[in-house]
Design a protein around this ligand. Structure first.
Ligand code: NAP
Ligand code: MG
Length: 339
């Protein structure tokens, strides 16, 4: 597998382009600010009239235009609005203004892979996807590091699609850590699987089930919170730093023995069989269809599930406990008034 680093990408390429980023959310703010700090001078943010994000972008001294204006102005147009809003935005406000030779970019392959967006043949279409949340992308860049990233080329009308995508990835800091070339299909399916089975779905359910088990057995909610949620980060930091053996070196032998005998009883062959079904639903389009239909219906299921999650007792006890740990609240990754 080819991995691209700093010396493989030419920053001057993206610096010579007019770059517009549609959306100033988690990914959008990080891409735009990192690019600006990398010397990309002609960069604009595109938002709807009356957008709540507008004042955040303007507070950074950025020029804000509409998506239609951005589509007319830009050489490179990166679409970083929520996946479920991209198809309508593209059809109504971007496609009518496109011209041959422009370069349309995405941060996730969802809409192109599932054919919800079908770009005309005479534009370049690529993907530059940092492997991590937008707020972390920005924080790592500011510390002089970067997140690893992916690129993929869906269409190369000009013959320069790959060089421009790599240059863009360099400007947002990804080549500092390494950029892997993949396909829209592989990025989309592995990304959806990772967040559903392991990173978001898996971890959240594991934390909740552990918390509930302790509380239902009569232990203090505060104890259950620290044990099952707070300490997750401490363990993951050790794994992130040096792999599973690095974590096992640091924990006690008792904890390590418990890991071997009890871990597979909790995440067992049933769990893995279910993961395969989750992957199948991603591969055959069932998940994408349900998510599109959910949004067309006004997202009642999504909103109900979000509300139920936000009112789980672990969130209440967590808010109280985190309020007591002031040191952990400095330099927050997420400041909703700013990014
Ligand atoms: P997000 O934070 O939810 O994006 C919100 C931004 O999009 C806001 O600035 C919002 O403006 C704007 N927006 C919403 N609808 C719009 C429209 N119709 N026209 C123009 N602007 C609109 O999105 P995100 O999580 O960064 O995701 C963006 C893309 O990056 C997605 O493809 C996602 O899969 C991908 N990605 C995200 C992450 C991540 O860390 N979140 C990681 C990897 C890849 P308002 O203030 O007006 O609502
Ligand atoms: Mg992801």
């Amino acid at each position: 597998m080819k991995v691209y680093y700093e010396q493989d990408a030419d920053l001057a390429l993206i610096q010579s382009k007019k770059v517009a980023v549609v959306g100033y959310g988690s990914q959008g703010h990080a891409h735009v600010l990192n690019m600006r700090d990398s010397g990309v001078k002609q960069v604009k943010v595109a938002l709807q009239e009356g957008s709540a994000s507008r004042k955040k972008a303007e507070a950074e001294g950025l020029e804000v235009v509409t998506p239609a204006e951005a589509a007319q102005w830009a050489d490179v147009l990166m679409i970083l609005v929520p996946d479920e809003k991209q198809a309508v935005l593209y059809a109504n406000e971007i496609e009518p203004h496109l011209r041959a030779g422009q370069h349309i970019m995405f941060g996730h392959g969802f809409n192109v892979h599932y054919n919800l967006i079908r770009p005309r043949a005479d534009v370049d279409v690529s993907l530059s996807a940092p492997k991590g949340p937008g707020h972390t992308l920005r924080a790592q860049y500011q510390m002089g590091f970067g997140l690893p990233g992916l690129i993929a080329i869906h269409q190369d009308a000009t013959g320069t699609a790959q060089a421009v995508a790599l240059s863009y990835s360099k400007a947002i800091g990804n080549t500092r850590a390494g950029v892997i070339e993949t396909s829209f299909r592989e990025e989309t399916e592995t990304d959806l699987f990772g967040e559903q089975a392991v990173l978001c779905g898996g971890i959240v359910e594991l934390i909740k089930a552990g918390y509930e088990t302790l509380v239902e057995a009569g232990y203090a909610p505060e104890m259950a919170y620290f044990e099952c949620l707070h300490e997750t980060k401490l363990i993951v930091d050790l794994i992130y730093e040096g792999g599973i053996a690095n974590m096992n070196y640091s924990i006690s032998n008792t904890a390590e023995y418990g890991e071997y005998v009890s871990g597979p009883r909790v995440v067992n062959s049933d769990a893995k069989a279910n993961m395969k079904k989750v992957l199948e639903d991603i591969q055959n389009g069932t998940f994408a269809r349900n998510w599109v239909l959910e949004n067309q219906a006004g997202a009642p299921g999504f909103n109900a599930m979000r509300q139920r999650m936000n009112s789980h007792p672990i969130e209440e006890v967590g808010e109280k406990l985190r309020g007591m740990m002031h040191w952990a609240q400095n330099d927050r990754l997420v400041d909703k008034s700013r990014n």
